[in-house]
Design a protein around this ligand. Structure first.
Ligand SMILES: [Fe+2]
Ligand SMILES: [Fe+2]
Length: 281
């Protein structure tokens, strides 16, 4: 019998090695899409995702304040940047397959699963691109320490699909849109063309992930008759620890369906930030 989509997601989450995890993610995404195209729908099903996904023994995971900072203008700094992005992408693979398996008790249109399967496939590609760039300069994923605590947002929102959509795609992935152009500049100045090409692909594809978040957040707000903006502000205050960092990539956020009044009241530098939007944590 065919595996259900939820079972396939749990397999991805339970695979530790980065290349093996991403190979499985890509394979399962292709299986889901082929079934959708043929009209022979795979079942979404139910399967319990692990509390924390399996990860390789390396990189060593450190508190963010203990991860050594290196200047981006140096080869070591660029290696560290590629390594940090690889770590974010591997975490993103798990985040997208986790949202597929975690909330199957909530009835959702199949398009919800199409979107997160697509995002889970693209994150796998992004990890592989970053791992390739590291290997090209004689390094590899696991060669440097990485941030612990990236799974925190997933744990905090394990029982709250609204909260998961607000914090993961609409805050964390939207932040990626803000910072990626600066990273591309770093590698362009260093004439590191393969890193520039890889980051351009990541930058283009991440807009859609943020858009999926906004689309399904608005869908759920509509189903429950919530005001999306107010709901977003409440959930970000509840689950995201700290203010949102300006400057924002207004143009790409707009492309992704996130209007300015969603994020500006939560920003660290907004002169008229009302007290109720200020961080308490
Ligand atoms: Fe990505
Ligand atoms: Fe993403």
């Amino acid at each position: 019998m065919d595996k259900t989509l939820a079972e396939m997601a749990v397999e991805v989450l339970s695979t530790a090695n980065g290349r093996a995890k991403t190979a499985l993610a890509r394979q399962h995404a292709a299986t889901w899409r082929a079934a959708r195209a043929s009209g022979e729908q795979l079942e979404v099903g139910h399967a319990a995702p692990p509390d924390t996904p399996a990860r390789p023994a390396l990189p060593e995971l450190l508190h963010p304040r203990d991860v050594p900072r290196r200047r981006p203008g140096t080869p070591e700094g660029r290696e560290a940047l590629l390594h940090a992005v690889a770590h974010i992408e591997l975490n993103a693979v798990d985040l997208h397959w986790d949202i597929i398996a975690r909330f199957t008790d909530t009835p959702l249109p199949l398009g919800f699963y199409d979107d997160w399967v697509q995002a889970g496939d693209e994150e796998a590609k992004h990890f592989n691109l970053m791992a390739d760039c590291l290997e090209e300069i004689g390094s590899h994923y696991g060669a440097l320490p990485a941030h612990a605590g990236m799974w925190r947002a997933a744990q905090d929102t394990a029982d709250d699909l609204f909260g998961r959509l607000a914090v993961v795609p609409m805050v964390l992935e939207a932040r990626g849109l803000d910072v990626t152009p600066g990273m591309i500049d770093v590698f362009r100045k260093a004439k590191a063309q393969s890193a520039v090409d890889a980051l351009e692909i990541i930058y283009a594809e991440e807009v859609a992930h943020v858009a999926y978040g906004s689309k399904w957040f608005h869908f759920l707000c509509g189903r429950h008759d919530h005001d999306p903006k107010e709901q977003f502000h409440t959930l970000v205050q509840k689950y995201f620890h700290g203010a949102l960092k300006a400057p924002f990539n207004v143009e790409k956020r707009a492309d992704a369906g996130i209007p300015p009044d969603f994020y500006w009241p939560l920003a660290d530098d907004h002169p008229t930030t009302p007290d109720r939007f200020r961080s308490t944590g």
